[in-house]
Design a protein around this ligand. Structure first.
Ligand SMILES: [Zn+2]
Ligand SMILES: [Zn+2]
Length: 55
């Protein structure tokens, strides 16, 4: 009988919050307004390399 098992706490510390980063710019999606979202989505879809409009 093994009773020396330490209690493993579910230490789920997710540093990445629910704000996934954009694929084409270094800004998280949370900082994108509607224009920026459309812009970055188009950039991703059309495979452009034109930076972003969000700040
Ligand atoms: Zn973006
Ligand atoms: Zn951006």
């Amino acid at each position: 009988m093994n009773q020396g098992m330490p209690t493993i706490e579910p230490n789920v510390t997710t540093l990445e919050v629910e704000t996934p980063a954009c694929a084409v710019c270094p800004h998280p999606w949370a900082t994108h307004d509607r224009i920026a979202m459309r812009f970055c989505t188009a950039t991703t879809t059309e495979n452009h390399s034109r930076g972003c409009v969000c700040r």
